[in-house]
Design a protein around this ligand. Structure first.
Ligand SMILES: Nc1nc2c(ncn2[C@@H]2O[C@H](COP(=O)(O)OP(=O)(O)OP(=O)(O)O)[C@@H](O)[C@H]2O)c(=O)[nH]1
Ligand SMILES: [Zn+2]
Length: 362
């Protein structure tokens, strides 16, 4: 093994670069482009990028739909950036915060010719860095030389694309006993992915028999609900009820998955909440931001359970997608255990939307 970073390590580096506003170089089939997340783009960098080539804006088709821009590349739109467009113009296209106040952003012209692969990877990278899914893409010749000269992260797409799809293996780092209100016999296990991404936690209650189906819950982080007692969702009460049921039965596993905001990150979830205050529901808000309604990867939960030695679960959930994902990852779901707690006047609409649009069971 060499000391040079692997493609996975360079990907992790690229996420940090994008969050700082530093360009990364994506390359495929002799083509290359400098890519910057719109959210972190500064006027200086925009000016420097313009010296290198013509800027294009990559957005998801979801965002393009709200902007009434054409998406010729399926899930993606490539928008031409006028020569006099500044950072504010780009931000306004990326961020729906002011859509209602300033609905007319166009006319927007979408690119139809040419390949969209670099743009698609740029948007996927921005998403995986929990940024708004919008990237400035500046095609350049000699991408590798430019990356070497400027010290930029260079990512060849043939290696990046499969790495973005693959689940990074998770390894247990450590565990410790934790007496809790729900049970004296608690133990917290920390799992860390090889790609330097978010850690996830398994809270084991008692000593569940590895040969029998375990009472399990895949809980996605919700800072507002779990910690602040938000009334906009049911996460906090679900978390506590799941632990309480495991405590009462004497055994269970709750996975606390750091997939805040259904995988879009807390900053984007707060953006979604602002949109909800403008009258959009939880699904519409995600779409206006350019996300799917659920961006979580439930393979993580299945992987952790398997690593802990479980092969069958009684899953506490109202979400059929979690059941399907478990089964497709080879974990047998012998029973769905409903988890209905925490209904409030403030979250009735949210829960109704999840049932109507996302297939949640009432
Ligand atoms: N994007 C977005 N995320 C939200 C919103 N409200 C809650 N969340 C997030 O939604 C997730 C809820 O996760 P879970 O309760 O595990 O999942 P679920 O899909 O509701 O399924 P079950 O609770 O198992 O039935 C958490 O990551 C929350 O942060 C919202 O309005 N928008
Ligand atoms: Zn919540």
């Amino acid at each position: 093994m060499t000391l040079a970073p692997t493609i996975i390590e360079r990907l992790t580096r690229a996420r940090g670069d994008l969050r700082m506003g530093v360009p990364v170089v994506l390359a495929a089939d002799g083509r290359a482009a400098l890519v910057v997340a719109v959210e972190a783009l500064t006027a200086d960098r925009l000016a420097a990028l313009r010296d290198l080539g013509t800027a294009e804006l990559a957005l998801t088709a979801r965002r393009a739909e709200t902007l009434k821009a054409r998406a010729y590349d399926g899930d993606l739109a490539r928008i031409m950036v006028p020569a006099d467009a500044g950072v504010e113009w780009l931000r306004a296209l990326a961020d729906p915060a002011d859509d209602l106040r300033m609905p007319m952003k166009g006319p927007l012209r979408s690119l139809r010719e040419g390949a969209a692969d670099l743009h698609r990877a740029a948007v996927a990278l921005a998403k995986s860095a929990h940024l708004l899914p919008a990237a400035l893409v500046v095609p350049v010749s000699k991408g590798l030389a430019l990356a070497a000269e400027l010290g930029l992260t260079f990512l060849p797409l043939d290696a990046v694309a499969p790495a973005l799809l693959r689940l990074s293996p998770l390894h247990e780092v450590t565990s410790a006993r934790l007496p809790m209100v729900a049970s004296d016999a608690g133990r917290v296990h920390i799992f860390r992915p090889e790609d330097g991404g978010d850690e996830h936690y398994a809270i084991e209650i008692g000593q569940p028999d590895r040969k029998a189906p375990v009472l399990a819950r895949l809980h996605s982080a919700c800072f507002t609900g779990d910690v602040l007692g938000s009334l906009k969702c049911d996460c906090g009460p679900q978390l506590r009820a799941a632990l309480a049921q495991m405590g009462a039965e004497g055994a269970g596993v709750l996975l606390y998955l750091n997939q805040e905001g259904r995988g879009i990150g807390l900053a984007n979830k707060m953006r979604a909440y602002s949109l909800q205050d403008q009258g959009f529901d939880t699904v519409e808000a995600n779409h206006r931001l350019g996300f799917e309604d659920d961006e979580r990867d439930f393979r993580i939960g299945a992987d952790i359970l398997r690593r802990m030695g479980f092969s069958a679960v009684r899953l506490l959930t109202n979400n059929p997608k979690k059941l399907a994902m478990m089964e497709s990852c080879g974990l047998q779901v012998v029973e769905r255990v409903p988890l209905k707690v925490g209904q409030t006047a403030q979250n009735a609409g949210y829960l109704a939307t999840k049932a109507a649009k996302s297939g949640h069971l009432l």
